[in-house]
Design a protein around this ligand. Sequence first.
Ligand code: RUB
Length: 314
Amino acid sequence: MFMFDTVKGTASEIKDMKIRGAGRIARAGASAMGEFAENYRGGSLEEFRKDLETARNIMLESRPTAVSLWNGVQACVRDVHSASSLEEAKNSVACNAKLFIEASSEAVEIIAKIGAKRVRDGDVLLTHCNSSAAIGVIKSAHAQGKDIKVYATESRPWRQGLLTVRELSEAGVDVTLIIDSAVRSVMSKMDGVFVGADTVTSSGELINKIGTSQLALAANEAGVPFNVCAETYKFSPMTMFGDSVIIEERECREVAEAGMIPKGVKIYNPVFDTTPARYIDAIITELGIISPGSVYDVIVRQLGKDIWKARDSL
Ligand code: RUB
């Protein structure tokens, strides 16, 4: 249907990884919701609420793991229930979308500034996949004149590490690409690991690109600080009430094309994994550096009085 074209378009770009990375998909989702509201030509407030719910579901079905998308879309629709006219409801969605996009971009910049202070002159760092928050920290440390070296994992199967090395090298950072299985063998050279987040649970576990937990394990073994760069809209309110994070599985052909492996061999392609809180030294957020044990408090503070609504909707 015509009215859902923008949300469907954005949802399929997210599904096909044309828009990727938890922060970017959240902003794209919010932007599509804002556009949907601005262009809405339906008749009544009731119809709008119903159509908005459909738009919201289309968007949320695009990728299941990153809670940033849920938080971004939720931020847009949060005031619709209290609106007393169609115009007020439409404006609230459009306005909340803009506010979310601005605040989330600003959060990435603040994290870059805070995180850069954790990087010392001469440090050798490791990053995984392609996280704008983690890259922001590294670029900011480099811009401060710190002489740093960065190792970046290839991040199979999509090889987002190629984006990371390009971006860092264009910024003038000394960067080395490694294959994912080289992580443990280089860990003894590292002074710190900086990764991004798709979701952080209320008990401080990190869900991020597959392989992140191996970095954490190797860092822990070698005594290397493991830092998560995560805007607080990566924190998952629903995990407080027992929901598990869905780990997305993508198509087999992303791992091997047909004909590359014998008939009958199966392929398993989970694209995110879970790092236990005990392997995480710091979570660098726009509110400051926190421990995994403080995530619950941050979520409670952010939900405010909505916490009762969330709990009562169980
Ligand atoms: C990207 C990935 C990133 C996080 C954080 O996975 O795991 O580390 O999304 O990114 P994919 P950011 O490529 O499958 O989306 O810091 O940019 O939000």
